[in-house]
Each structure stands twice: as structure tokens, then as C-alpha cells.
Ligand binder design. Structure first.
Ligand code: NAD
Length: 342
């Protein structure tokens, strides 16, 4: 099984390349990036081939699968081209820029027998797999409400380009706003944790602080407050932000009839029961959890294991984000349009 990485930026370097290079059942075949230095640097580090053109890489018969780590704007074109070339695909999140694009991808994917996985890495963290299990087991009784936060200081602090005064002038069109970069993770996590779908949303998605070099606010949300109603009757609040310049927040709180479960508390998960007692669960992993998603993809390819999130999960998330944007524009509750699943 030969696997190549497309897009040689921060996420490729920090997560996928180290995981792929260590994986015993697959061969790290090569990397591709139109910025030659980026491709060359990663290729040299791992002693693999460098490509500068996607078509050339995809025409290699030896390549079985690709991991797409390009900025958001290029996901649709790259995923479709890779699927048409007969490759299995792991696409970094989000699957696309909007639901229309994601539905187009799903249509193309369904014409193939290839695997399409989306890198919703937060599904693989022990703190979340354990929280899901505890909720399912009824530890907190019946969930009645939830609140979940994913807030950090902005994407300019995480990409290869790095923080610079004209970051958003140069890159906003490639990455989109906070909903695409961090919102998609949390929207997806809600479906995952509660075995349900977000069906209806009411949202406020302002631009609070991020600006272009001339001080004008960016043309995208840097913050989102989303009220969500789920298919299982549960409701909750999702808080997304690029404007938290302190410690990043990741926590989810689930309020149940028998107590409250909090992630990223104490040893990892703390439950405070109705009777005043508390219980903690250790969610410290014995390895670098950031690489779980790559390992899951490679296990799916080589050991026939299920992927943790597929093209439909990626598409559903985009449909929720579209509904969130519509709700912000109208000020009303908006139903999530899930036509790609019909
Ligand atoms: N799963 C996660 O938790 C997580 C975390 C960070 C980033 N990401 C996602 O990973 C993707 C990449 O983010 P990043 O931080 O590595 O960005 P980055 O800007 O650091 O790197 C992107 C790389 O892609 C290259 N590129 C641009 N267009 C290309 C094309 N058409 N073909 C091939 N390469 C191309 C760029 O030259 C650059 O080297 C984004 O979709 C981002 O949302 C996911």
C-alpha cells in the first residue's frame, strides 16, 4: 500500500508525515506541493519522492491512497481529482468550502469503490471516545442539555505561513472563517458524542477582532455562537472562536438527569453526580493522539477497519455550517438541509 501526502504544510509535517513514516503496513511514497521548497523539505526529511504537480503524482499507478492537507479552497478539486484517478482519500477537515461542494464530492465518491475519509481527528481522542461511552452507558442519566467550546487564537498561529500583519489579506480566501477551521470539528463532535444529527440551528456569527493589514475587519466570521437542536431531542450551545488569546478551550459539558459530565477536567473527565459525589476518568493516552486519524486511515486501508468519519460525515458537517450561515443572515432558526444523504 503506497500512500502520498498532498500539501506539505503544518498539518502534514506535524501529524500525517510522522504517523505515515512509522506505520509498518504502508509505504510513504511521496509528497506533492506547488511550492517546491515545501515539497522538497518534507521529501528530504522522509527520503521520499517530491512532486510539484498533482496530475503527475496522481498518474503514478503505484500510488494507492493520498492524504490531502491543502488549504480548504483546494479540497474539492483535489479530492475529486484523486478519486477519479482511482485513489483512496483521507481529506483534512473540512471536506469542502460549503454544502454544495461537499455534495458534489459525495456524488463523485459514490461512483467509485474507493475510501473517502475526513480527518475529524477529535473523534479519536480518548477524552471523547470515553465521554461518548459514559453517556451511552447512562452514567449521567438522560442528557438534557450540552455546552461545548472550541476557542483559540486564530489560524494564523497554526499554519506554516505564521502570524503576520497581512495574513488574512493573503490567505483568507484559501481558508475561510472560523466555522470552517475550528467550527467543523465541534459541529462534527456533537453528532459523534450523542449518536445523533444536528437538525436545526440558530446562530450568531460576528467578526469581532480579526482584521486585514489596513485594520478593516475580515470578510468572514471569527466567532460563532450556535444553538443546536438534535435529532434525538437534545439541545445545546456550541461556542467557536478565533478570538481567545489566552489558553485554548476544548471542553464539553453534558448535563444529565443524574449529574454533569465535563471533559478536560481533572484527569480528563469529571462527573459530578446529583448526590454531590464526583468521579474522575483518566483520559491520558499512551501515545501522540494527534496521529490517530492517520493511523485509522491506514488501518482501514490495510486491515479492513471502518473509517472513523467518511464522506457523508464530512458532507453533513458542511450542511450544518451552511444552515448556521443562513441563520446568522436571517436571525431565525434554520433546518439543516441534508439532501446529500437522500
Ligand atoms: N485536523 C486538524 O486538527 C487540523 C489542524 C490544522 C489544520 N488542519 C487542516 O489541514 C489543512 C492544511 O492546513 P495547514 O495548517 O497544514 O496549512 P498550511 O498553509 O501550513 O499548508 C498548506 C500547504 O498546502 C500547499 N498547497 C496549497 N495549494 C495546494 C495545492 N493545490 N496542491 C498541493 N498543495 C497545495 C501549500 O503550499 C502549503 O505547503 C487545512 O484544511 C486545515 O484546516 C487540520
Amino acid at each position: 500500500m503506497n500512500v502520498a501526502i498532498i500539501g506539505c504544510g503544518a498539518i502534514a509535517r506535524k501529524r500525517h508525515a510522522p504517523a505515515l513514516s512509522k506505520y509498518e503496513g504502508a509505504c510513504f511514497y511521496g509528497v506533492c506541493d506547488p511550492v517546491r521548497e515545501n515539497a522538497d523539505e518534507l521529501a528530504e526529511t522522509y527520503h521520499v519522492k517530491a512532486f510539484y504537480d498533482l496530475g503527475t503524482l496522481l498518474s503514478c499507478k503505484e500510488v494507492d491512497a493520498v492524504i490531502i492537507c491543502t488549504p480548504e479552497r483546494f479540497h474539492m478539486a483535489n479530492v475529486i481529482e484523486a478519486l477519479r484517478a482511482g485513489k483512496h482519500v483521507l481529506c483534512e477537515k473540512p471536506l469542502a468550502l460549503n454544502a454544495g461542494q461537499a455534495e458534489e464530492i459525495v456524488k463523485e465518491w459514490k461512483k467509485t469503490d474507493r475510501m473517502l475519509m475526513v480527518a475529524f481527528s477529535q473523534r479519536t481522542y480518548k477524552v471523547h471516545t470515553m465521554a461518548k461511552q459514559l453517556i451511552r452507558e447512562g452514567k449521567i442519566g438522560k442528557p438534557v442539555f450540552f455546552r461545548t467550546n472550541l476557542t483559540q487564537k486564530g489560524v494564523e498561529y497554526t499554519t506554516l505561513a505564521g502570524n503576520q500583519p497581512d495574513f488574512y489579506d493573503k490567505y483568507l480566501k484559501n481558508i475561510g472563517g472560523a466555522l470552517l477551521s475550528v467550527g467543523c470539528h465541534r459541529i462534527d463532535l456533537v453528532d459523534y458524542l450523542f449518536d445523533a444529527h444536528i437538525e436545526e440551528v440558530q446562530a450568531f456569527t460576528p467578526t469581532i477582532d480579526k482584521s486585514y493589514a489596513d485594520g478593516k475587519k475580515i470578510d468572514a466570521e471569527d466567532h460563532a455562537l450556535i444553538n443546536a437542536k438534535l435529532s434525538n431531542g437534545l439541545a445545546g450551545l456550541i461556542w467557536i472562536s478565533w478570538c481567545n488569546y489566552g489558553e485554548a478551550e476544548n471542553e464539553t459539558i453534558v448535563y444529565g438527569t443524574n449529574g454533569t459530565l465535563k471533559t478536560f477536567e481533572g484527569k480528563g473527565i469529571r462527573i459530578c453526580y446529583k448526590d454531590g459525589s464526583t468521579e474522575e476518568y483518566d483520559t491520558l493516552a499512551d501515545h501522540d493522539e494527534y496521529q490517530n486519524i492517520t493511523i485509522n486511515f491506514l488501518d482501514a486501508l490495510t486491515k479492513n477497519e471502518a473509517v472513523i468519519a467518511d464522506g457523508l460525515d464530512g458532507c453533513r458537517c458542511m450542511q450544518v455550517i451552511d444552515a448556521v450561515k443562513k441563520s446568522n443572515a436571517s436571525g431565525c432558526w434554520v433546518l439543516v438541509d441534508s439532501k446529500a444523504e437522500n
